[in-house]
Design a binder for this molecule. Sequence first.
Ligand code: MG
Length: 451
Amino acid sequence: MKTDSTLIISPSGVRGVVGKGLSPDIVAKLACAFGKMMGEKILVGYDTRTSNDMFKYAVFSALLSVGCNVVDLGICPTPSLQLMIKEMGANGGIVITGSHNPPEWNALKFVRGDGLFLFPEEGKNLIDIYREDTVKLSPWDRLGKLSKDNSAIPRHIKKVIQLVDCEKIKVKRFKVVVDACNGAGAFATPLLLEKLGCEVVKLNCEAKGNFAHLPEPVPHNLQDLSRIVKEVGADIGFAQDADADRLALVSERGEALSEEYTLMLACNFVLQNKKGLVVTNVSTSRAIDDIAAKFSCPVKRTPVGDIHVSRCMREKGAVIGGEGNGGVIFPPLNYARDGIMAAALILNHLANENISLSSLVDSLPRYYMLKQKIKNLRVDFEKLKQSLRSDFSSHELDFTDGVKILLPEGWIHIRASGTEPVLRVIAEAKDKKTAENLSRLALDKIFSFRK
Ligand code: MG
């Protein structure tokens, strides 16, 4: 079968454009390998993409063929499946979701028996099994069985509600607009909000794969949500990507906030109640350090990728963590990015403070972040690192993931993406001009080391 360059198979998963690389036979082969690796009971969930009827049957068939018992959770957010792994005593799970990617994309997320994603070394093992193509199929009398379970979302919501001050939130009678981008959150988030006594205005909550806008919850994609929040006089707007692990916010003024604010607010709330370690990746705003410092709490930075953050949080016993892309991880629930848990934490914070979201945001440290993506550029990364090391010898350099230069006025982070053939350059400073200058400095340096 012909494949092309859109197919990306890496230890962090597989993804591609439907019909142009990602095909049912590849998905089935990977699912066979995963089933062999993980064992008897595997949960399967999916978002609302048009390709998911095609892919889910490929996944079911593959898992059954290697003797796994498959529980079909239906359309459900990635964090709901991650939570159900332990609840249902499963050995692993597969989520079929293109997550924040456009509708023509799809992907598989592989979950371990403890609800975390496969560790990079396990992901590599999975790819080795897939490439060797020697998985032995089960005979007719040892095939797996398929069952259906629709309880993941209500069970997830029940657990989330137990972890916030439900009565305090209910009293506020918040008016909330939810934009689920017609993704998996369409079934979950409005239900959560109703249980928290909110007046819910649904936007793009139809659970269909023709997304109303691109699913990445960045301000540019949230124009309708911003307008409707203002029009209906809502207290807050919530936006999630197609598998609801990421959450972005719109203030009562109709301002779509940078995704960085979701984790900032979650930290600001959680640390008030419980002091401890905060874990985030090296690309997340410096505001997290400022907020943690306010509560005398340490911050640990990991490579980019939620598995690195989850793993570190569990190992070090962090109280809160996540990524600046709107992915909040709250350990009392699970070590998973969770856009549903995050929504409940933010409402609890608003209820406690008894002020508007924009006032709450105004009380947080403010930085300007500039994110750039450079495509099709080959750079001698080792030479670039050496040169930066000598140019910035009097400053702190962090090589956790690519290279990060920490300066008094801000920081620059340069890294090769793990999932796309691009270089990512992020600069952050107290004001736009300084961030632009830092970004320009980084780009000049990068282009001087192009191959
Ligand atoms: Mg996602």
